[in-house]
Design a protein around this ligand. Structure first.
Ligand code: ATP
Ligand code: MG
Ligand code: MG
Ligand code: MG
Length: 480
């Protein structure tokens, strides 16, 4: 099943069950101090769960663009190294706002997976919250357990701890116990050797979580206490790319039609081949992943910059540029050339990609251009630092010099050091940073604004954005 059909099938299934299909909210969040980027489908409905506002319809479904690179859900380190965590991904979801609860959520999830998508029942495992003995002191989710027992044999039910089976958006906000569905896509021979049940939640690339059914019952307050929500809700999230992996019978998200057009383009542009060498493969996966995160952010109005969310985006882009430079020998801007294929494969679902296509290309190209100017020199400096290093711990002041003079984000320096078997003295870096801040405080005022940076040679300059219902849109341009 092609990805487009998989997405539509999900939405249509829940539409038939009287859910309203709603658009994805922006991936970049502008008005919530507790969250920088949308990290799950439920974010845009937070106020409904808290009882602060009333939805138009008690049932909703959508595909939500998510980004998991900061805060409670940060998958950046895994991306590219494994084959099923992305920075930006689509989360398919269905919701009940104080309407149906566990019984329907569980029955429908099972029906969709096994009867509509026709995923082999024998390859599925489900999990149930076992309770917690900590300050929250929560009991086992016996209601979900009984419902699952009526559907699946007991040896396919896993009892999960708080880390895996109690879902929280962030340090605060709506939360609750959950039941997850995992799929084992290993070969028959491998399945016979080791039981799939023992591999659930063990970071096995072919025994992966695909769907999380969260039963929203609590609100985590700023002081850490849980308080019951005024009503009970259902919030589900299914990883779209992982679903496609299962439905397309491949072993990696990057082998689905969501990613292969981008990967083919990277191969062509960089004259490389995917699937031959692990180091090259990681670089290709990182680039294929990161161009999506960066493009979707810019399409939402978040340009790379030196502060806040803008700096997160700049760091992601620079990380990808360095992977290309070191492992694919890309010495010229090239990532901007991937925007075309992204917008032609995903623009029909996310029209903002098409609308902002030119802006995205310009911004990415300019970022690549400016980082490539100093990347080479910075890497030479880093090489000499490593050659002269006495031990395995690298002076934080050197890392600061790389940051300050060559534009190396600190996590990029850490990543490179890790690849070479070294470690960073983070305290030294912090001290050097503080000293410089003190020095510059007396000097000219530095802009803290996220949205100001646009290079001179861009054709258009962004000057504002409009907030339309749940959508932030770039609306005004000035020719420069
Ligand atoms: P995992 O344990 O694999 O990290 P999770 O438990 O953190 O996943 P949830 O917060 O439950 O994920 O999100 C719901 C669904 O979104 C998951 O079941 C998974 O299919 C998908 N998902 C989560 N994180 C990612 C990611 N980084 N990239 C792609 N899909 C993801
Ligand atoms: Mg996770
Ligand atoms: Mg999980
Ligand atoms: Mg989960």
């Amino acid at each position: 099943m092609k990805s487009q059909e998989a997405r539509n099938t999900f939405l249509e299934f829940f539409k038939e069950k009287t859910h309203r299909i709603v658009p994805s909210a922006p991936m970049v969040i502008k008005d919530d101090p507790t969250l920088m980027f949308t990290n799950a489908g439920m974010n845009q409905f937070k106020e409904y769960f808290l009882g602060n506002s009333v939805p138009k319809s008690k049932r909703a479904t959508d595909t939500q663009k998510c980004l998991r690179v900061s805060g409670k859900h940060n998958d950046l380190e895994e991306v590219g190294k494994d084959t099923y965590h992305h920075t930006m991904f689509e989360m398919l979801g269905n919701w009940s706002f104080g309407d149906y609860f566990k019984k329907e959520a569980i029955a429908w999830a099972w029906e969709l997976l096994t009867e509509v998508y026709k995923i082999d029942k024998e390859s599925l495992y489900v999990s149930v919250f076992e309770g917690s003995k900590d300050a929250d002191n929560l009991g086992m989710d016996t209601e979900a357990l009984d419902l699952w027992k009526a559907i699946v044999p007991e040896d396919r039910i896993i009892y999960g701890n708080k880390k895996d089976n109690f879902w929280e958006m962030g340090d605060q906000g709506p939360c609750g116990p959950c039941s997850e569905i995992h799929v084992d896509i290993r070969s028959k021979e491998e399945k016979a050797k080791v039981s799939g049940a023992s591999l659930v939640n063990q970071d096995h690339p072919q025994v992966v979580e695909i769907w999380n059914l969260v039963f929203m019952q609590y609100n985590r307050k700023a002081d850490g206490r849980l308080e019951p929500l005024p009503a009970k809700h259902v919030d589900t999230g299914m990883g779209f790319e992982r679903l496609c992996m299962v439905l397309q019978g491949v072993k990696s998200n990057y082998d689905t039609d969501v990613f292969t057009p981008i990967i083919r383009e990277i191969e062509t542009i960089t004259n490389s081949e995917y699937g031959k060498n692990e180091e090259t493969d990681i670089a290709i996966r990182v680039i294929a992943d990161h161009i999506r995160a960066v493009s979707f952010s810019i399409a939402d109005g978040q340009l790379p910059s030196n502060t806040g969310a803008g700096y997160v985006i700049r760091r992601i882009l620079r990380r990808a540029i360095r992977y290309g430079f070191t492992f694919l020998d890309t010495k010229e801007p090239f990532m901007y050339r991937l925007v075309q294929v992204l917008s032609s494969t995903m623009g029909h679902v996310f029209p903002e990609l098409k609308e902002q296509h030119q802006l995205i290309e310009n911004v990415v190209k300019e970022e690549e251009h400016s980082f490539l100017k100093t990347l080479d020199q910075g890497l030479v400096l880093l090489d000499s630092v490593l050659e002269n290093a006495k031990g395995k711990l690298i002076d934080g002041r050197k890392a600061f010099e790389l940051y300050d003079t060559y534009g190396f984000p600190i996590d990029l320096t850490s990543l490179i050091l890790g690849e070479r078997g070294f470690e960073l003295d983070e305290k030294g870096f912090e001290t050097a940073m503080q000293e410089q801040k003190k020095r510059s405080r007396s000097a000219s005022e530095v802009s803290k604004e996220d949205w100001t940076i646009l290079a001179n040679d861009l054709e258009q300059e962004f000057v504002g954005y409009d907030v339309l219902e749940a959508k932030v849109k770039l609306v005004k341009y000035r020719k420069v």
